[in-house]
Design a protein around this ligand. Structure first.
Ligand code: PAF
Length: 286
């Protein structure tokens, strides 16, 4: 018999209650479960997290990738509407990468849902300030995903450093029994961090987008040389030499507490920049 196309499909669960029942079965059977939460439009950055999940789950454990464009973390309706949703391609990729289950719910919220996760320290500045309500949405959906998938470990990308810090904090503060693992940022040849939003850049914008990584390089050199006067202003100026670039913020902060600090070795720098209409973020330790 010639195998039908379903032979190549990764097991997909769409119903949240069915996901939870499956997760409870895994728990009873003592399976280790590693979850990679995503909003789909998978790229090399996401793919790099899958072997980390496999390592955490073990060869016989279960690797779950969740794909859900979470409406509550978008503060701009158009951004939510236009977010890429190539579900079939994502599932194919998950199959090729040895993922055991894709959890792809259509919706995760009751119409009258009235409970949220409200973290009040690490989620305040930077993305929390520029995107009001964003981290409430992220914290809430991640706790929901943890309650549905019951993962032993969950893997997030370093590119969203503030998000990763928030999730670590929520997991600690609410005693969630999930180990949080952070995978390093994956970059294109010119240093641009892989992101689902990069598909929105036209050719010229794509070239200009390298300015974020170049700014991190400039900051590292300035810290190395002790040439710190007006550093933030100089970085903004150098980024905005690109005609399509408009800086939202450049910040230096303590990576544990997320408090602003002076630029120095060991501090982390984060930045958000509009390249045309596309908002990109990046960060790295100096
Ligand atoms: O990083 C993302 O893709 C999302 O913020 C996450 C963690 C999957 C929550 O929706």
């Amino acid at each position: 018999m010639i195998p039908g196309p379903f032979f190549y499909r990764v097991k997909t669960i769409c119903n949240p209650a069915a996901m939870q029942r499956q997760a409870q079965r895994w728990k009873r059977e003592g399976e280790r479960v590693a979850l990679v939460p995503t909003m789909g439009a998978l790229h090399a950055g996401h793919v790099s997290l899958i072997p980390r999940a496999r390592k955490a789950a073990g060869v016989n454990g279960i690797v779950v990738v969740s794909i859900y464009v979470n409406p509550t973390q978008f503060n701009v309706a158009k951004d939510l509407r236009s977010y890429p949703r190539p579900l079939a391609a994502d599932k194919k990729l998950c199959y090729a990468e040895g993922v055991d289950v894709v959890f792809a719910p259509k919706s995760l919220y009751e119409n009258d849902a009235s409970t949220t996760i409200n973290e009040t320290v690490v989620s305040l500045g930077m993305e929390g300030e520029s995107r009001q309500g964003h981290f409430r949405g992220v914290g809430t959906v991640v706790v929901k995903l943890f309650n549905l998938v019951l993962p032993t470990s969950a893997i997030f990308g370093e590119k969203d450093w503030q998000q990763a810090s928030l999730i670590r904090r929520v997991t600690r503060d609410l005693n969630l029994p999930t180990r949080i693992i952070i995978g390093p940022t994956v970059r294109e040849a010119d240093g641009l961090a892989c992101s689902s939003r990069n598909v929105f850049l036209n050719k010229s914008e794509r070239q200009q987008a390298a300015a974020l990584w170049q700014a991190i390089g400039l900051a590292r050199a300035a810290v190395h040389n002790g040439n710190l006067r007006g550093l933030k202003r100089r970085l903004i100026h150098s980024i905005e030499q690109q005609p399509a670039a408009k800086v939202d913020y450049v910040e230096f902060f303590d990576e544990k507490m997320m408090r602003p600090v002076k630029p120095m070795k060991g501090a982390r720098m984060a930045l958000a920049v509009f390249i045309g209409k596309t908002r990109l973020i990046d960060n790295a330790r100096l």
